[in-house]
Design a protein around this ligand. Structure first.
Ligand code: ZN
Length: 240
């Protein structure tokens, strides 16, 4: 399987604190543990030509991972349209954290994807609410993160096809933090944690969830469904 890890890669340039947590960038950290898991991994970032998502790269990508935050509007609409088409054709997509507001996620969801948020170094406890789901293979009842940004309900998304995690935050809010969707032939997983100033993507259980999600989102190998005007398969009786 070929994975492309896409990152906006702007906080890493402007905030020394982020660079300290992710010296290779958030994309580098995620690519690192996915390589160790045996996947073919490339990275792509916003400031590369075509945001690093050329037709060749997209056609070779089985699962795309997306991290963005402050520059969602800088992502060109034609690239978003190409990514959307690839998802509909079967490519897996994993949208992380502030990617909830990315053009590609909002396009695929069709809702505002807005939520409540707070940066207060608070504890997050993620509850597994779908224990037989392959995305939580090897994960216990909860994952605890000592410090994270809070995301709270209401999260304006369509009802997930499957809810995998619900988060509780120290300040009292809850959030649907692991949600799956099917769009066309493609599978989409939204996974909440990963604020840029916290070492969340170095956390072994978070790495396990993302690794499991990549396997879950592997494209199915089947022809496109047949649509449009159709000849009958059986003889249709003539009616008076
Ligand atoms: Zn954040």
């Amino acid at each position: 399987m070929n994975i492309t890890v896409w990152n906006e890669n702007r906080h890493e340039q402007s905030n020394p604190k982020v660079r300290e947590v992710y010296p290779e960038g958030i994309h580098g950290a995620i690519a690192g543990f996915l390589k160790e898991a045996g996947f073919g991994v490339r990275t792509a970032t916003l400031d590369e030509p075509e945001h690093g998502l050329t037709d060749d790269v997209l056609s070779l990508t089985d699962v795309l991972i997306w991290w963005g935050h402050q520059a969602h509007d800088d992502v060109h609409d034609d690239v978003v349209a190409k990514v959307q088409q690839r998802v509909l054709d079967g490519m897996g997509l994993i949208v992380l954290h502030s990617g909830h507001f990315s053009k590609i996620f909002r396009t695929l969801m069709g809702t505002s994807c807005d939520l409540k948020w707070r940066e207060a170094d608070e504890k997050e406890r993620m509850w597994v609410v779908n224990p037989s789901h392959p995305i939580v293979d090897g994960i216990g009842e909860t994952i605890e993160l000592d410090k994270e940004e809070m995301y709270g309900e209401h999260f304006d998304i369509p009802v997930p096809d499957e809810l995998v995690f619900v988060s509780w935050f120290e300040g009292g809010e809850v959030f649907r933090s692991g949600c799956t969707y099917r769009r066309g032939l493609g599978k989409v997983f939204y996974f909440r944690p990963g604020h840029e100033t916290y070492p969340t993507y170095h956390h072994s259980e978070i790495q396990s969830v993302i690794t499991n999600a990549v396997r879950w989102a592997e494209p199915t190998t089947r022809p496109q469904p047949i649509r449009g005007n159709a000849k009958p398969l059986e003889t249709i009786a003539e009616k008076e």
